[in-house]
Write a protein that binds this ligand. Structure first.
Ligand SMILES: [Zn+2]
Length: 163
């Protein structure tokens, strides 16, 4: 079955049993999770959330600076008051440098993208600490609890990152 046919068939089944059409727009648990886009992780099943509970912002690495626009909207317009940052073991962001990706793009497109940082990292724990600090120090972000975790893709367990 093609991907699109599979999506449509899965959704037909899902929507047949759908009972959550009355959820309110602001997340019930007033929280936002910033999470890597890695396909091996499903924050709903691994962290026990359901539709309507939390905002989930996903990007490559779960980087806070990339998520800033959405965090501001989440807090100022939709009332979230807690942030969880979730990075993970075996992340693709540990496998390249800005220069490497910039060179690939330059070679393949002729475009110079030296002004873009793709936000890779060399140290997983440090990347979580850096992102917690980025949000704590940002004047546009409300002073709310921010907790950082590393998710282990081999065990499905999260580990809190403390200084
Ligand atoms: Zn990742």
């Amino acid at each position: 079955m093609s991907l699109i046919k599979g999506i449509e068939s899965a959704n037909a089944e899902y929507s047949d049993k759908f009972t959550k059409g009355d959820l309110s727009l602001p997340p019930a648990k007033k929280a936002v999770i910033i999470h890597c886009m890695d396909a091996r992780i499903d924050p709903s099943t691994s962290l026990g959330f359901q539709e309507g509970d939390v905002h989930v912002i996903r990007n490559a690495g779960g980087r806070a600076s990339d998520a800033l626009r959405s965090v501001i909207i989440s807090q100022r317009l939709l009332g979230t008051r807690e942030i969880i940052i979730l990075h993970h073991t075996d992340c693709g962001m540990l496998t390249f440098t800005d220069d490497k990706l910039r060179n690939i793009l330059k070679e393949e497109t002729g475009q110079s993208v030296d002004h873009i940082s793709f936000l890779p990292f060399g140290d997983l724990k440090q990347s979580v600490l850096d992102d917690v600090k980025f949000l704590q120090d940002n004047p546009l972000v409300l002073d709310v609890p921010i907790t950082g975790y590393i998710y282990d893709v081999k065990t499905g367990k999260i580990h809190k990152v403390d200084r």
